[in-house]
Design a binder for this molecule. Structure first.
Ligand code: SAM
Length: 373
């Protein structure tokens, strides 16, 4: 194996010998592998499937392509189901962490990465199901830091070169690298680093927290948000904490700690039973209804295309009753563009079998607002 150096990684096609330099490694929610693969292969014509594990897929990228140092930026940002997308160096084996760290150094002897991201391939399984304790690899981390003195502890800054290590069972690590640029590329495994605080009324608080951070959204205190499917109230609680005035629409009950908040109002009915003129004046429309994704989009489209209703942003959870529905993504994005919004979509690490669609109003008014905000 030829010597390699992450320090010369500015041109990602050059520093690594084949085959290591020509593979991408993506990790995803367990079960999303096929959805991820078909999406990524459609974005990267000529790419081929490589290794396939639960929650991890590698791809041989076409020889002509020169992806950015952070493959999760640029065109592959539309990979939707990829939590992480990194340049793959290969896998290392060994009986213990020290042996695997030594094998990693042998694989890439001149590693100059300054930061380390290490996570378990199936972090919810590793954490016992709740997904909260994803950094179960402190012994492996210690072994790597001992073997690689250039690795500094702490969070990544934008532009940092990151060594990625995916712990896969008792003897195998997958190894890769990327440069941290996008918000989620700062998170080990692309997994939102915030656990659910005990005082939050539902897991939807965490999903909204990840959506705000991952899409770099900045709602302004004093803005108004309406949420379709608000009960029991976790997402509304997060919006209230951001300083927004919130109306929650849901026939079900809202948790008292949200319902009694002075900036919260509950309209206890279904979304379609709210008259369109009542949606005027909202800056954000949030939707998290346990219904079909097409029905969710119809409910949002009914609102944002109504006369006098023009929120600046949409944050929507689209539930996927089964993975085959992932094939509908492009059509859904086209519908949102047709309303005059610029959509982005991503599967959040804190959600279930669903995707998060964020769309900001397109055009001059929307762009000026985004620059100010
Ligand atoms: C996943 S829960 C929402 C969680 C919530 N966003 C939170 O933050 O806690 C889905 C909710 O959608 C509501 N729902 C389903 N269909 C709806 C409709 N047509 N209009 C309003 N709410 C609806 C359900 O009553 C249920 O409370």
């Amino acid at each position: 194996m030829a010597s390699t150096s992450l320090s010369s990684a500015a041109a990602p096609s050059s520093p690594f010998p084949d085959p290591q330099g020509r593979f991408l490694l993506a990790t995803c929610q367990a079960g999303a592998e096929e959805a991820l693969a078909s999406r990524l292969l459609s974005l990267l014509p000529g790419a081929g499937r490589g290794a396939w594990r639960r929650g991890l897929v590698t791809f041989r990228r076409p020889p002509v392509a020169a992806p950015p140092d952070d493959p999760s930026s640029g065109s592959l940002a539309g990979a939707v189901f990829a939590r992480t997308l990194v340049h793959c160096l290969g896998q290392v084996h060994g009986a213990d962490d020290a042996a695997r760290a030594a094998a990693l150094v042998a694989l890439s002897p001149a590693i100059a990465a300054t930061r380390l991201h290490i996570w378990h391939r199936d972090h919810r399984e590793a954490a016992g199901g709740d997904g909260s304790a994803h950094d179960t690899s402190s012994a492996a981390r210690a072994a790597l830091v001992a073997a690689l003195p250039g690795i500094a502890p702490g969070a990544t800054a934008t532009g940092d070169l990151v060594l990625d290590v995916v712990v896969d069972g008792p003897e195998r690590w997958w190894v890769g690298w990327h440069r941290a640029t996008t918000p989620s590329s700062h998170w080990p495994g692309g997994i939102h680093p915030q656990p659910l605080p005990a005082d939050k009324v539902s897991r939807a608080w965490l999903k909204l927290d990840e959506a705000l951070a991952g899409f770099a959204l900045t709602p302004t205190p004093g803005e108004r948000a309406v949420e379709l499917g608000a009960a029991p109230g976790g997402a509304s609680q997060r919006l209230l904490e951001a300083g927004l005035d919130v109306v929650g629409i849901d026939p079900a009950l809202i948790d008292p700690c949200v319902a009694t908040h002075p900036r919260f109002t509950h309209w206890r009915k279904r979304a379609r039973d709210v008259r369109l003129r009542e949606f005027r004046g909202f800056d954000w429309i949030v939707a998290d209804m346990n219904i079909d994704p097409v029905s969710t989009l119809e409910a949002i489209g009914r609102v944002v295309t109504a006369p006098g209703v023009r929120p600046r942003g949409i944050i929507a959870t689209l539930k996927l009753p089964d993975w085959s529905r992932a094939g509908g993504v492009d059509g859904w994005l086209a519908a949102v563009r047709g309303w005059g919004y610029t959509p982005r979509v991503r599967q959040l690490s804190t959600g279930g079998r669903e995707i998060c669609l964020v769309a900001l109003r397109s055009g001059r008014r929307g762009a000026a607002r985004r620059r100010r905000g």
